[in-house]
Structure formats: C-alpha cells, structure tokens
Design a protein around this ligand. Structure first.
Ligand SMILES: Cc1cc2nc3c(=O)[nH]c(=O)nc-3n(C[C@H](O)[C@H](O)[C@H](O)COP(=O)(O)O)c2cc1C
Length: 510
C-alpha cells in the first residue's frame, strides 16, 4: 500500500457514496446500549487542573477567522486553558430522558465527537514539558509522558521549522469507533470534517490570543501514533496544529518507551469497519522525503473563464463583529430553518471570510485550496434564486442556472428539510483527480479536513451575524449532476446550510 496508489482513495470514495437507493437498501440501526463513551479516560495518569477563571477571547470574530497572528507568540497555562475551552470545551448540556448530552464549542456530526486532543507542551509557562491528554468532560489535562518531545515531532514532520520552535503542538486524533458506530465506513469522511470544525475554532482562538498557528497534515503517521501511545488503527492521528514559538531548539533525544498509562474501554464491544482502516493506512506517509515533498504541493488552479452572469458580493466596510468568545458561546447548529431570507452582505461575509486561506503546510500561498464552492440560493436579498459557482478571489458569484431549487436542495442534502428551508446552501467540491495527483491518497484526507475547517469558519461567520447554520451530509453523485456541466469531473466533499432559525422567525412574528 502506498500513498501514491490513489486508486485506494478513489475506491473508498466510491464505496462510501450515499444515494437515494443506497441509504434505503442498506439501513443501519443505532445500538444505544453499545454507544461509545464520548470521553477518553486515563484513570491512572497524573492530573493537571486547567484554570477556569479565564476571560473570553476578545478579538473581533471576523478578524479572528480570516486572519492569522504572525508566527511565534508566548504561551502560558491560562492561555492554553482558554484556547482548549473555546476550541473543544463543553459549552451547553442538555438532558433527553435519562441521558445527558454535552455539546462542545464547535459543531460535531451527530454530536459524537470522535476527535481527541493531545498537547505536546514544550515551552508553556506554568506547566512542565511533556505529552498531555485533554479531557473536555472534567476540563483536565493528564500527563502521559514527561520531558521535551520536540525532537520526535520535528523528525515526524520532516523537520518542519514551525514545529522546531513551537511553544506547544496540539495533536488531533480520531477514535474511529465513536463515529463508525453511526456512520459506518463513511465515518472516515466525518472524522476529518469534525477535526476541521475543531481546527477552525483552534485557529481563530489562537489568532485572538496572538499565537501564530499552523496546521500540519504531512507527518509520519506511525511516528506520531507511537509518541501518543495510540495504535493507529482504532485511534489514528489526523493532523497537528503548531501553536506559538519561542521554544529553544531541542537537544535531547526522547526515549519513547511504551506509554505507561491505559485508557478505559469506550463500550462493551466494537464493530470493525475494514474499508475505513484500509483507506487510513493507504494515506500513510512512509519517509521523511515523502513528508517534505507534500509541503506547498497543493497549489490553487484559479477560476475557469466565466460563462454565466457574474454578480458581485457585498462586504460591509468597515466590518465589525462581536468578540470571538461571545460568538463561540452563542453557536449551535440550527435544527429547523424558517423560510425567510438573509441579506446579501451577511451571506457575502460568510463566503468571503471563511475562504481566505488556511495556514496549512500543503498550501504555499494564501488562497491555495483543494476545494471549489458551489451555492444554491433559495432566498438571499438581491440575488436571483438559483445555482452559482463562487469565484474565489474575485468576490463574485457566477450564475449557473436561475430558478427555484428548494426541492433540489432538500433532496441533495439527503432528503433532509434543512437545506430546502435554508436561505442558502454551500457545497464544497473537489477535483479529486487533481488533488490526488498532487498529494497522493493523503490529498483525500486533506480535502475533507479543509472542508471541515472552512465549514467551521462559516459557522462562526454566520453566528457572528445572527444567521443560523448547520453542516450536512448529501447524496454524492446527485450533487455533481445538479451542478453540471460546470462541476463535471468533481466530487462533493461537504455541505453547509445557512438561514434564520425557525424559532427566531416565530418569536419575531409573535
Ligand atoms: C460534519 C457535520 C455534519 C453534520 N451533518 C448533519 C446532518 O446531516 N443533519 C443535521 O441535522 N445536522 C448535522 N450536523 C449538525 C450536528 O448534528 C451538530 O453539530 C451536533 O448535534 C452538535 O450540536 P451543535 O452544533 O449545536 O453544538 C452536522 C454537523 C457537522 C459538524
């Protein structure tokens, strides 16, 4: 199996496509008695309480999601606590029947939260260097290894210069079973969308804290898994986020013995999903050279010449938003949209601010991306209802076909009411042939992760303007048919819907 043999990612993508028929011919019932626990617990690892008396991240939401702090920046324990809380902490709790559900700072498909966060602390004031696991359930860190682990991380990332001076590196993993429990093999896509949501918050909070941050997607999987003490099969590393700088260069070689701590099982039994494990391994990178060759390798290709009418988006200037912390606390996926419109400037800000580029190792320049955005407008002031292509970098929407497509939007979003009732839907598409030829199978993961990050930024941009939002899944091939011929040859990666929550429409009308 090699990263270059991209038939594996393509096969997986085909195998996990949803269609109207596939979801009906292959139904799946959820076994609630065997649902994996949402928190990973290391019962015997030393605990470190995170301070809770922190202020909310104060930066303007739009600046925080669309900018980045310059590389570097100092980190201390209260800053780290605030960063972890507003990235993935519990912001709401609901009780349904006898069960309590904790909701997090960012969205997560099915509220299953497969992402786990580990902190490799290198130069964090108030905290000894080492590897820590973050448990959002009790808001504690647990120390799994002691000492500066910079050297194995620098090696695993092919000598990444940001890792070499990082104050801390947040390693994001997925416990696949948490997500396969509901989504089966297709969960491999969901875990990256979910990690993208986490990463979007993390990048925004880091920017607000004045911490340079960078997403690393090219690394030696087995080396990072070994560092964390995970098996790479039931739990695998998805990406790393470098935070801050100023750490002195590592001199010591870490001695990575087996982890002396074990986590408690998440459920009575686990169901295996072999296609997911196969594709995960097919994306592994084998050596330092392969890691280095991916750096900056995903260049954007630019927009094709416009054939349809081009409409200009409207970004208010100056643009001011609420503080990031207030936006994150307010965020929550919209469950029912009222069939009312949103303003052009609100929708323009969502598209523009979320798609200004992500500081990621595979992107050399601002605006590089693996994705193209397509839109169904149901009800956005000043825009004719219809299907559009977002001409990124130009601040325009190209009208592909005009018409009322609420029924199509509802169908494409797996027959759910949300996209049909929404004011607008944004479909994230990738030219997989191009992405896989530039990045190998790894490009498949990166496209899913990028979609999650952009989607997470869109959640924040929407909620900063009191517009509701939700992530959605979709009928793959029908999406491409709908947007063709413009989209032919591409594949859908993710879907987001925006509008006014029905509860708000009803309270306004009362
Ligand atoms: C990747 C992703 C996919 C989602 N897909 C759907 C979906 O198909 N239908 C739906 O109603 N909600 C969907 N959601 C919304 C989640 O159910 C919601 O985020 C989760 O219940 C947590 O609630 P919160 O976002 O309000 O914190 C999705 C969210 C994400 C992040």
């Amino acid at each position: 199996m090699s990263n270059a043999d991209t038939r594996l990612a393509r096969e997986f993508h085909e195998y996990t496509k949803h269609s109207y028929l596939s979801v009906r011919q292959n139904p799946h019932w959820l076994d609630f008695d065997n649902q994996p626990h949402p928190y990973k617990i290391y019962p015997d690892a030393p605990e470190l309480d995170l301070p809770r008396d922190f202020d909310q991240p104060a930066a303007d939401t739009f600046e925080a999601i669309s900018g980045t702090a310059p590389p570097g920046g100092q980190l201390d324990l209260p800053k780290l606590a605030r960063t972890l809380y507003f990235t993935y902490g519990i912001t709401r709790t609901k009780v349904y029947g006898h069960r309590r559900f904790d909701f997090r700072a960012c969205a997560g498909a099915g509220a299953l939260y497969p992402t786990e966060l580990y902190v490799v602390a290198r130069h964090v004031e108030g905290m000894a260097p080492g590897l820590y696991h973050f448990n959002p359930g009790d808001f504690k860190l647990r120390r799994l290894r002691e000492g500066d682990l910079g050297e194995p991380l620098v090696t695993a990332t092919g000598g990444d210069p940001a890792v070499a001076v990082a104050a801390a590196v947040i390693v994001e993993t997925a416990i696949f079973w948490r997500s396969t429990w509901k989504y089966r093999d297709r969960a491999y896509r969901y875990v990256y969308w979910d990690a993208g949501m986490v990463t979007a918050n993390l990048l925004a909070v880091a920017t607000s804290e004045g911490l340079g941050a960078r997403v690393i997607t090219a690394f030696l999987d087995q080396a990072v898994d070994r560092l964390l003490g995970i098996d790479g099969q039931r739990e695998g590393t998805l990406c790393l986020v470098v935070l801050g700088g100023d750490a002195p260069p590592t001199t010591s070689m870490a001695d990575l013995t087996a982890l002396p701590h074990r986590a408690t099982p998440l459920s009575a039994e686990e169901v295996d999903y072999p296609a997911l494990h196969r594709v995960h391994r097919a994306c592994f990178l084998g050596g330092e050279q392969e890691v280095q060759s991916l750096r900056g390798a995903a260049a954007a290709v630019g927009n094709p010449p416009a054939k349809g009418r081009v409409l200009t988006l409207r970004i208010p200037s100056p643009l001011h938003g609420p503080a990031l912390g207030a936006t994150i606390i307010r965020r929550g996926s919209t469950r029912i949209f009222g069939r009312v419109g949103i303003g052009l400037s609100g929708f323009s800000v969502i598209l523009d601010r979320a798609s200004r580029g992500i500081p990621m190792d595979v992107f050399a320049r601002d605006g590089d991306s693996t994705l193209d955005l397509y839109v169904i407008v149901n009800d956005v002031e000043e825009l004719p209802a219809g299907a559009y292509y977002y001409r990124r970098g130009e601040g325009t929407l190209e009208l592909l076909k005009e018409g009322e497509f609420r029924a199509d939007a509802g169908h494409l979003g797996l027959g759910q009411a949300l996209p049909g009732d929404a004011a607008a839907c944004v479909f994230f598409l990738a030219d997989l042939k191009r992405v896989l030829s530039a990045l190998g199978n790894r490009g498949y993961r990166i496209a899913q992760l990028e979609a999650g990050i952009m989607g997470g930024k869109m959640y924040l941009a929407a909620f900063a303007q009191e517009i509701g939002a939700t992530g959605l899944t979709f009928y793959d091939d029908d999406v491409i048919t709908f947007f063709s011929p413009h989209a032919s040859g591409k594949e859908p990666i993710f879907l987001m819907a925006f509008g006014i929550p029905k509860s708000r429409v009803m309270s306004i009308n009362r």
